[in-house]
Design a protein around this ligand. Structure first.
Ligand code: UDP
Ligand code: MG
Length: 327
């Protein structure tokens, strides 16, 4: 099936930005160039746009987006009322874009996601896929530390039952049809790369080489990566809770054996003071119990946040001339 032959799709590149004044002017032409190339090749409609989402930046990011939109009709922007994090900013952009286009491609604004892979994504869509995941072919440009932590991230996620596409971040094509279905997933603990596979629809992957950030600095230090991994696991899987149950079961069996052993020794009159062994057991057990309580608490916290049903994003501003919402 070749969908492009029927009608050229309108593509929206959805690009979240947080304090990115250094990188916006550098990557703008890259994105526009790719859009133009795809239009010229007849793969996308000329009404395709670049949609920047300002995630409550504190620097001049929003002013720059407005200025770019002023100079270039193919650039649009929306602004979040405050900084809500990458995932929420991306969701805000995708949810807005779905009213205006047929397909979206989400990518970082720092030029790390190779824009040339966009063409392969559009081709894959034309062949009938509703979701196309961009997958990193190599991590050579990453530092050794980033590489190891990132690999650990994916391994740990899958070990904990959170299924994600290996080496896929948030560079992906999604059709507006798929996005409309995803809008029904109302969870506030957002982990998009885990959520998208749950929505279903035919999907495929496209490989690309991850580049270096063109300017500015990363917003994902180790601390945030760990927080993202925790969000990913607890919002996608309850395997940690099951592991706790398993651990509790094993410990209960050992405790029972311990009780029998202690009873037999006491009857045989072999008991000694035993301070050290008692201390060890108490310390070990209280450590394990606290850890388990922490994991359960993590889920209780998530439930707490979910029951509030707070809005996941608030769009407070749009660039002048922003198109009216269609269907
Ligand atoms: N970002 C955002 N809100 C945040 C943090 C990051 O919108 O609170 C954006 C950022 O501008 C970038 C993307 O999310 O376009 C990915 O962030 P970054 O490049 O810093 O992460 P890395 O690629 O180093 O993992
Ligand atoms: Mg980046």
């Amino acid at each position: 099936m070749d969908r492009i032959k029927n009608r050229k799709p309108i593509l929206y590149l959805v690009i979240p930005c947080y304090n990115e004044e250094a990188v916006l002017p550098v990557t703008k032409d890259l994105f526009l160039g790719e859009l133009e190339l795809l239009v010229n090749k007849g793969k996308i409609h000329e009404d395709s746009r670049i949609l920047y989402v300002d995630d409550g930046s504190r620097d001049r990011t929003w002013e720059m987006i407005c200025q770019m939109a002023d100079e270039e009709t193919r650039i649009l922007g929306i602004r979040q009322s405050r900084n809500r994090g990458h995932q929420n900013a991306l969701l805000a952009g995708l949810m807005e874009a779905k009213y205006h286009c047929d397909i979206t491609i989400s990518m970082d604004c720092d030029g790390q996601d190779d824009v040339e892979a966009a063409e392969k994504m559009v081709d894959a869509w034309a062949q009938g896929n509703e979701v196309v995941y961009g997958v990193r072919s190599s991590r050579e440009v990453d530092t050794f530390f980033k590489r190891i932590t990132a690999q650990g991230f994916y391994r740990f996620l899958s070990l904990m039952g959170a299924e994600v596409v290996y080496n896929h971040a948030d560079y992906r094509l999604m059709s507006s049809r798929c996005l409309k279905e995803m809008a029904d997933y109302q969870e506030v603990n957002l982990f998009l790369r885990g959520l998208v596979p749950l929505v279903g629809f035919p999907s495929t992957t496209v490989e690309y080489a991850r580049k270096e950030r063109m300017a500015g600095t990363t917003h994902y230090p180790l601390k945030k990566m760990i927080a993202l991994a925790m969000d990913g696991i607890t919002s996608l899987s309850i395997r940690p809770l099951r592991l706790i149950t398993g651990l509790g079961f094993i410990l209960a069996v050992f405790s029972l054996l311990g009780v029998i052993w202690a009873f037999v020794e006491a009857v045989r009159g072999n008991t000694v003071d035993g301070w050290a062994s008692t201390m060890c057991v108490v310390c070990l057990m209280s450590g394990i119990q606290l850890l388990c309580l922490g994991v359960i608490g993590e889920y209780v916290g998530k439930i707490y946040m979910e029951t509030k049903r707070r809005p996941r994003y608030i769009i407070c501003d749009k660039t002048p001339g922003f198109p009216e919402r269609g269907q």
